[in-house]
Design a protein around this ligand. Structure first.
Ligand code: CA
Length: 189
């Protein structure tokens, strides 16, 4: 009986110790509509959330749809540029794009800019620590803070890179925020 009780207490303590604090910091804003010619590549809202456990990046587009069905090619992507400290500019990219294997799948990939290595990945319809989800016109990529080196704060800027695959390769880029990256988003310990 005593052993069972002790196990229960230890279990409860583990839950309490593992529970992340409720604190989180975030930045969100709207982006102009129709500043690029493709509605599915037109960002209208962004939201970057910095939690003690993970980073949660979300955008909305003017027109939505499952990338596996409606994005035109592998070059088309949502790219978050993540600046974790000096020097100026992003140290990581967090990309949502499609890949072709047996099937076409939507992937989330965190890349280290210095060597272009994929350091974390998520796949549509696959649960785990890192997830990538599309619901109507919302595109979300959530990954562990360790994927970007667990910085105290980061600056973020979303881009939608729409490659219309026309001869000459015209690519349209919608930036959010338009003027540059966000102010530092600092996660409380
Ligand atoms: Ca826009």
């Amino acid at each position: 009986m005593r052993r069972v009780l002790l196990a229960s207490v230890v279990g409860l303590l583990s839950i309490l110790l593992l529970s992340p604090p409720a604190s989180a910091a975030e930045t969100q804003a709207t982006d102009p509509v129709n500043d690029v010619p493709y509605d599915r590549g037109d960002l209208i809202f962004y939201r970057a959330i910095h939690r003690s456990a993970n980073v949660d990046l979300r955008v909305r587009t003017e027109r939505g749809g499952n990338p596996e069905m409606v994005w035109p090619n592998l070059n088309t992507r949502i790219r978050w540029r993540i600046d974790v400290g000096p020097p100026a500019g992003p140290e990581y990219y967090a990309d949502i794009q499609i890949a072709r294997g047996v099937d076409v799948v939507m992937l989330g990939r965190v890349r280290r800019v210095s060597d272009n290595q994929v350091v974390c990945q998520a796949q549509n319809h696959v649960s785990g620590n890192n997830i990538v989800i599309q619901t109507q016109n919302v595109y979300r990529f959530q990954f562990l803070r360790g994927c970007i080196g667990a910085p105290n704060s980061f600056r973020a800027r979303a881009t939608f890179i729409w490659d219309n695959a026309a001869p000459g390769g015209t690519t349209y880029i919608d930036y959010a925020p338009n003027g540059g990256p966000t102010a530092p988003i600092t996660s409380s310990p």
